[in-house]
Design a protein around this ligand. Sequence first.
Ligand SMILES: Cc1c2[nH]c(c1CCC(=O)O)Cc1[nH]c(c(CCC(=O)O)c1C)Cc1[nH]c(c(CCC(=O)O)c1C)Cc1[nH]c(c(C)c1CCC(=O)O)C2
Length: 362
Amino acid sequence: MTCNSPPIEANPHSVSTEKPLLRALGGHPVWPPPLWLMRQAGRYLPEFRAYREKSPFLTRCLTPDIATELTLQPIQRFGMDGAILFSDILILPHAMGQALDFVENLGPVLTPIRDDAALDALQPEAVASFITPILETLRHLRRALPPATSLLGFAGSPFTVSCYMIEGRSSRDYSITREAMLKAPAFYDRLMALLTDATSEMLIAQIDAGAEAVMLFDSWAGLLPPRLFRRYVIAPTRQIVTAIRAQHPHVKIIGFPRLAGVMAPIYAQETGIDALACDTGASLDIVAESLPHSMALQGNLDPLILKAGGDALTQEAQNICRSMSHRPHIFNLGHGVMPETPPEHVAMLVEAIRTQKRPEIL
Ligand SMILES: Cc1c2[nH]c(c1CCC(=O)O)Cc1[nH]c(c(CCC(=O)O)c1C)Cc1[nH]c(c(CCC(=O)O)c1C)Cc1[nH]c(c(C)c1CCC(=O)O)C2
């Protein structure tokens, strides 16, 4: 598919001309719930693997024709209600000049930022030009997507991105980062201020280029105890939400404080987001009890159940939908699609969600 191809066949079950995903993000219950999956564009798809063999990950992210095609693959195959830009949360530090590579079977590898000299070498002013191809991808996608499919931009939240920037790679506990936070607060706060401003500017640029909603991934938020969670997860997120709202008051924002536990509803209330994405460990109905009815919830099927398939997949997916049928809910996973997931299971999940009967409203 090229960027000038005709729009893809829309979700046949969608009856409203308004986009179901944006309607749910606007605080309205929608049935069946709109759905998309984190990592829906990924290695579990043979058509994704075909591109992966031809070019490195960063090239795929920064080549509009390729990034557009990869974003569209799950939409073409499953008719998802949301299309998330094919990019990565680590594009931002790379755009600032931090060396980044994605190594097979290891994941991201960066030159660690451990002192003020390394911070001084970063160039936040370079981000705007570096992300030009990503903004072009968004413009292509707005033209190529079916009318009912919403286009999602995203960024990593400052704390999670700081974990990769300081650690230099994936880690079990990001202890180097968390020690820097405690032992070198002036250094760490300087990095966080840099990331908070740059993330706000990048998301505003994504919205200017066509993103209809944006998502903030704080994938390691659950590593922090409450006091630090408030300072380094909630406060930067609130700053980013405020900055986006100043430019785009009606664009919806999804926050994903992964593994936040009891802090998740507090995060939702105190950051001003429109939708709270919940990880696998959250019970949506319990989280919902402490949030305004207008706050949309997103999630949260266990990716392992999707990989396993069978009756458990259909039953668990429909249980999640039923528990949220009275609220604005976006069906998703509690984390990304696992690479070993059979694509047939995703098709089965989409069918189960779209054809289930709506529970009687009691
Ligand atoms: C932590 C994080 C990263 N990237 C991301 C997060 C937050 C979500 C999460 O918690 O998983 C976010 C992300 N990464 C990617 C997307 C867009 C695609 C989508 O979600 O559909 C999104 C939203 C592409 C990607 N980002 C990456 C891939 C795999 C690239 C490939 O193997 O070709 C994709 C499709 C690479 C990546 N990128 C990252 C890691 C740790 C890795 C290697 C491990 C892995 O592959 O999952 C950093």
